[in-house]
Design a protein around this ligand. Structure first.
Ligand code: BAL
Ligand code: ZN
Length: 873
């Protein structure tokens, strides 16, 4: 496959002003009539041939200005249609025949549970018709959809409906018009027998917007939460960013078969069912929160992505990083900012740092790619959001808002670059962000190493801070980056100290953001009668790894005294990591740090501290995070050490855990408040720990909770605890009962699969093989694949990294199998193998062999080719 370089970017030779589409939908295929009003781009030279992208299309007709083009007047080059000579302005008519019913890649137009739907980002529109399928070609779309009226009563596309009527043979049509020029990746079409839920939203300027959700009738009771979340998002975007919705209708459709989580098509967002449908009985608290965040994310794209879009796919983080930052601010405002920050950083440090240290590492604005769908990554999204967050923090709330207003105003209706975004921030604030731009160009997670010394005679405490950025594929000798590094100092009583930068200063602030710009930076704090304890990188002010020789004493101290909630949690995580790492390879009866036990005891008894934070602090660092922190990871050893600590804590704190469980039992109706979520979280953590040590009383509590729960968080919490216990009989009973109860609900069945596949007790390889044979498993449904194969390889680390290599071979087999039907999902599944160099030699060799096995498959897709070849390079 060809590599595409940012440095080769050229403006499009031709522009499209208007697209008129007509879709004739049938059971055996679809005919797509397209009429493009095109002209030469005045910004590029004349004389270039017209090149249109195409993928898996059957061309039925082609005409230029009304004259049919015969073979010889154009070249069909497989992925391109080339017409050597065209006038400066012209109309091109194209008719293609496609087969949505056989489209298993789920790119372009396809069928899911009997309905037609589309996914065009990044390059799916070319699977529908020949078109200049690049985001800097923006056109007005008018779309007529024709289909059988009884099978497909609902016919949707972008914009507003302008015409509809009946046709012969029981067919009907609806025509939609979108007044906003858009790139083809934002095109959408849906046709199906769908239930419509309606609501309205009155915008800040008093316009009434019709809100509509379309779902399969069986999901009728699962729409309310997403609809409310949509209204909250619309209001928030007005209040916080001054962004008002622009069309008269906003639609959301839920589909079961979907590669991504959701898609922000203009006025017609399409969602993976699992990211939008929810009810108390079927969705966990985490699912509700995820739905709120994704509904908001897709809605926010209407401005950050649709009104202002990307010039090319190298700029993907322009819309994704900014929109993730916006949805994360929104979620923080809707719940607990500290808990949201902990969740975001956990994902970043566990998975994005791993990506940034692996063979697929890339800057948030990559310089090259083979297959763009491989670049919908944690780096583009999550690190991209961290980079925007740093700009926000450097500028402050007010200037950041001024910058975003200027960005939207300056670039409304344009396709632009990340540099345009940064320039708007600079112009609005007067700040120079030239060095900051390196965050967009350099891959890899900066390491910030901190040392300190205290001069008792002068009362001066000095921090010396060195930054370095590791080499990544194709990038060495990196320049120092502009890192905002928030710090505070505490005295031995736990009070925050003023940060005086010289002997004259008296009442310095209690927190400072140091702006690191050089490789080495030194800063002195004056007027300190004793050696302080540093609180570093508060609220995780930059996406970096901090190294500092913390003692366990200091970590315990920060855990209970740091006024920064994030750093309190982080101190607990660092302490637990240190304790677990010290037990790697130790005998089963090796002593576990007693101060860790006491710290957890204190947490369990602390009813003053925000209980949502307590729930987060009680979670031990995950195996995946411990692997990420290792050099030559021996996963079974990591698993054993973590288990040893967990079991020790559970035994030592048994009575406190039972008390915590009892104290947090709900009285009254199910609620989704932060407080109620924290209570459920605490009691389910207590249950999980107790069942981990096969506590009989907890077994009874879990049984009762499982049978009587009035919500999915508690029912699944009990099921998960039973599945991860040694009570085999009860585990099997609960799994069978759960399946029987929910077998008709695909989303809950996905949970049922993933609870087993991610458990080292219920998800050993033979059991995984059985799950693949289960009648509810479906290779064509990405959610099912993710809930079994993805959960096994990504979450059940001890089983996946079985010393005999069987887990790796299994994954290689499934990747090869999927590559023929859905290469995008296949390429994502390869991910756990890509970091093979990070594991102990015995594992790393076998992982490499599994990658080679995939590499040697015949007719490998471009998606999988890129990941595998870069991993083996
Ligand atoms: N644009 C792809 C889905 C999303 O990030 O919203
Ligand atoms: Zn997005």
């Amino acid at each position: 496959p060809q590599t595409i370089y940012l440095s080769d970017y050229k403006a499009p030779a031709f522009l499209v002003d208007q697209v008129d589409l007509c879709f004739e939908l049938f059971e055996d295929g679809a005919r797509v009539h397209s009429t493009l009003s095109m002209r030469q781009n005045p910004e590029s030279g004349s004389g270039a041939p017209l090149e249109l992208h195409g993928d898996s299309l059957k061309l039925e007709f082609l005409a230029l200005n009304g004259t049919p083009l015969l073979a010889g007047a154009y070249q069909d080059e497989g992925d391109k249609l080339v017409i050597p000579e065209v006038p400066a302005e012209f109309e091109l008519a194209v008719v293609t025949w496609i087969e949505p019913q056989n489209n298993t890649r789920l790119e372009g137009l396809y069928k899911s549970s009997g309905m037609f739907c589309t996914q065009c980002e990044a390059e799916g529109f070319r699977c529908i018709t020949y078109y200049p399928d690049r985001p800097d070609v923006m056109a007005r779309f008018r779309t007529r959809v024709e289909a059988d009226k009884s099978a497909y009563p609902v016919l949707l596309s972008n914009g507003n409906p302008v015409e509809q009527g009946d046709l012969d043979n029981g067919r009907h049509f609806v025509t939609w018009e979108d007044p906003f020029p858009k790139p083809a990746y934002l095109f959408a079409l849906v046709a199906g027998d769908l239930l419509e839920k309606r609501d309205t939203f009155s915008t800040c300027s008093g316009r009434n917007i019709e809100l509509r959700m379309y779902v399969e009738p069986r999901n009728s009771e699962k729409c309310e939460y997403a609809m409310d979340a949509l209204k909250r998002s619309m209001r928030w975007d007005e209040e916080v960013y001054g962004r008002e919705y622009d069309l008269d209708i906003f639609m959301i459709v839920a589909v079961d078969d979907f590669n991504m989580g959701a898609m922000e098509n203009k006025g017609l967002n399409i969602f993976n069912s699992s990211c939008v449908l929810a009810s108390q009985d079927t969705a966990t608290d985490a699912a509700f929160q995820r739905i709120e965040a994704i509904v908001a994310h897709e809605y926010f794209h209407n401005w950050s992505g649709n009104r202002v879009t990307c010039r090319d796919w190298f700029q993907l983080s322009l819309k994704e990083g900014f929109t993730v930052f916006r949805d994360s601010q929104f979620s923080a405002d809707m719940g607990s900012p500290t808990v949201k920050r902990i969740e975001d950083v956990t994902l970043l440090r566990t998975a994005q740092f791993a990506e940034d240290a692996g063979p697929m590492a890339h800057p948030i604005r990559p310089a090259s790619y083979m297959e763009i769908t491989n670049f919908y990554t944690l780096t583009i999204y999550e690190k991209g959001a961290e980079v925007v967050r740093m700009i926000h923090n450097l500028l402050g709330e007010e200037l950041f808002r001024k910058g975003s207003d200027l960005y939207f105003e300056r670039h409304d209706g344009q396709a632009v670059t990340t540099d345009d975004f940064v320039r708007a921030m600079e112009d609005a604030s007067g700040r120079d962000l030239s060095q900051f731009r390196l965050w967009y160009e350099q891959a890899g997670t900066p390491v910030v190493a901190v040392t300190d010394d205290y001069d008792e005679s002068r009362g001066v405490y000095r921090l010396t801070i060195r930054q370095s950025i590791p080499n990544t594929p194709g990038q060495t000798d990196k320049k120092p980056q502009h890192i905002p590094f928030a710090i505070g100092l505490l005295n031995s009583a736990g009070d925050p100290l003023p940060l005086n930068l010289n002997a004259e200063e008296r009442n310095g602030p209690l927190e400072r953001v140091l702006e690191l710009t050089e490789t080495e930076h030194s800063v002195e704090f004056h007027g300190l009668p004793e050696r302080p304890v540093p609180s570093l990188l508060r609220d995780f002010s930059a996406p970096v790894r901090v190294q500092y020789p913390w003692t366990r004493e200091q970590l315990l101290f920060l855990m209970s005294h740091d006024p920064d909630g994030f750093n309190r949690w982080d101190a607990g995580q660092r302490l637990a990591v240190d304790v677990i790492q010290s037990l790697l390879g130790a005998p089963d009866d090796a002593a576990v740090e007693p101060r860790l036990v006491e710290a957890y005891r204190h947490l369990l008894n602390d009813i003053e501290l925000d209980q949502a934070l307590v729930a987060k602090m009680l979670l031990l660092p995950s195996e995946a995070y411990l692997v990420e922190l290792s050099d030559q990871a021996d996963v079974p050893a990591i698993h054993d050490a973590r288990e040893q600590v967990m079991k020790h804590l559970a035994h030592a704190l048994r009575d406190e855990l039972v008390a915590c469980y009892q104290r947090n039992l709900d009285q009254g109706d199910y609620q989704l408040s932060s407080e109620a979520i924290a209570r459920r979280s605490l009691r389910n953590i207590a249950l999980a720990w107790l069942l981990h040590i096969d506590d009989e009383q907890a077994l009874a509590l879990a049984g009762e909770q499982f049978d009587n729960a009035d919500n999915m968080t508690d029912r699944l919490g009990a099921l998960r605890a039973l599945v991860n216990s040694g009570f085999e009989h009860e585990r099997n009973q609960a799994l069978a009962a759960f399946y029987q109860r929910f077998s008709e609900d695909p989303q809950v069945v996905e949970l049922w699969f993933s609870v087993q596949a991610s458990s080292d007790r219920a998800g050993q390889l033979p059991q995984i093989q059985q799950l693949l044979q289960h009648p509810a498993f479906d290779w064509k449904n990405p959610n099912k694949v993710r809930s079994v194969v993805g959960a096994f390889a990504g979450q059940n680390l001890a089983a996946f990294h079985s010393p005999d290599g069987s887990g790796y071979q299994f994954l290689a087999e499934q990747v090869c199998r999927l590559d023929d039907s859905n290469p995008q999902i296949a390429a994502r599944l390869v991910s756990p193998l890509t970091r093979w160099k990070k594991f102990a030699p015995h594992y790393c060799e076998q992982m490499k062999a599994a990658l080679e096995r995939i590499r040697d498959k015949s007719e490998l897709s471009r998606d999988v080719y890129e990941v595998v070849h870069k991993s083996l390079a």
